[in-house]
Design a protein around this ligand. Sequence first.
Ligand code: SAM
Length: 312
Amino acid sequence: MSQLHKPVLLNEVLDSYSELGANPHLVYFDGTYGRGGHFRAVQQKYSPSLSFITDQDETAIQQAHADWNEQIKSGKIKVFHQNFFDFVESNVGGQKIDMALLDLGVSSPQLDEADRGFSFNKDGPLDMRMNQTKGETAADIINTYDAEDLIQIFKSYGEVPNPARVVRAIVSDRTTKPFVTTLQLAGLIERVDGWQKKGYHPATQYFMALRLVINRELEVVENVLPLLIEQMQDKGRISVITFHSLEDRIVKNIFKDSTAGFLVNKKVIVPSEEECKINPRARSAKLRIFQKGEQPEKPDKFALRRAQRDQQ
Ligand SMILES: C[S@@+](CC[C@H](N)C(=O)[O-])C[C@H]1O[C@@H](n2cnc3c(N)ncnc32)[C@H](O)[C@@H]1O
C-alpha cells in the first residue's frame, strides 16, 4: 500500500459518515482515489458492501488495482479511470450511494513528480494535466492563448491582482522561444513580479490558475454536485474537501441552496494545528458535509420550561 500521500482531515471524514450507523449494505463512492488513504480507512471502519473508485490519473488507478486486486475480482470494489463527473453523469454504478467523498485537487505524488509539470520548484515539462491522456497542457495555453485570455485566467482563477506585466513578458518571450518547462515559466514570473510575499513563491497563484483551467476543476465540481445529490440514498452523506477558496464557495453554496438535503456543518471544518504541522499541505483544506433528505428537527430546549409555565 502506498504511503506517498497523507490523507487530509482523515478522522473528520470518517466521522462524517458515523450517523449512517451499522448497516451491512452501505455503498461508498470515492471520486478521488489518489493513493487511497481515505478509501482504505473507510473500508476498515465501515466495510461497505460495494465501493466505487474513480480517478482521472492513470497512476492512481494502477495503484487502486494493485491495492484491491482480490476485492475487484470478487466485484466488491469497482474501479474506473474516469473523471468523477463522467462517472456520476452516466450513473455507471446504477446504485444509490450512502457515502461519497471528493477530496479535490492534486495528490502529493502529482506535485512531487517533476514529470507531471505541476511544480514551480522542479524542472519538468509544462504539463499539469491530471489525465495525461487528453486535453491541453499548460504549455499549449501559455504558448497560444491571447494576452487578454491569459490575463483573465490569472485574475479569475489565480486571484492575481495585476498579471499584465507577466503576461506581456510571456507574449514577448514566446515569439523567440516557446515555453516548454516549468522552471522556464516560474523563472519569468520570478523575474517580473519578484518576491512580494515572504515564503510564497511568486509563481504560486499563476500555477494554481493554470492547473484549475487545464483540469476544469471548478466547472467539474459545480456540475457534479447536483447530479451526485440526486444519486444519494436518503440520509446518505457527501463529504467534500477543497483547497481553494473559489472551489469551497461553490461547494458551500450548492449544499446550502439544495432543497434535496442540507449542509450538516454550518461551520466549515478545517485541520487542527497539529495536523498542519505534520502535513503542511493540509493547511488550506476545508471540509463540508451534505446530507440527503429532510433535516431532523432540533430538540426544543425550551419546551419543558414552557409546559411548566403553562401549568402554573
Ligand atoms: C487530493 S488527491 C486525493 C487523495 C486521496 N484522498 C488519498 O487519501 O490518497 C486528489 C486526487 O483526485 C484526482 N482528481 C481530481 N479531480 C478529479 C476529477 N474531476 N475526476 C477524477 N479524479 C480527480 C486527482 O487525480 C488526484 O489523484
